[in-house]
Design a protein around this ligand. Sequence first.
Ligand code: NI
Length: 172
Amino acid sequence: MAKVLPVVIYPDPLLRERSAEIEDIDDDLRSFVEDMAVTMYATDGLGLAAVQVGVTKRIFIIEPQAAGGTKEDPVLVFINPEIIRSEGQDRAEEGCLSLPGVFVSVPRAEKVTIRATDLDGNTFEMEADGILAKAFQHELDHLDGKLIIDYVGPVKRKLALRHLDPHKYDDL
Ligand code: NI
């Protein structure tokens, strides 16, 4: 049975680590992805990186609705992802499950192409713009230990962090 995992909340130093490449795509990884999926839905996230549930491996998931699917579709899984093309510039307010209550304006590329491996071990590419492109860049940042508050100066960061509610996910 898939289970809801505790979400790692800022300022936990784990969130600053660079996640490691995944070498084996096996049943352990597949069942971990199921846990990630129920955790993402339980916390109302659009995406979730493994490090946010305490596993520093290069994998993240995105809800299927962000890519034009329905909630009944499987979550999108990106193993060892890299952005191979990006163009344009965009900016919007972003939040993060690891920074509950915090929203800051983050500059992103407008359109990106991501290359990753799926749970069957196949490499694929996906082009995205809008919210999906932002989600790719946000989750990829997590794998490199980068957070949304790194995109604003010290004053705005301090103001944003005043809204941090570190107890929000205690019950999970
Ligand atoms: Ni996040």
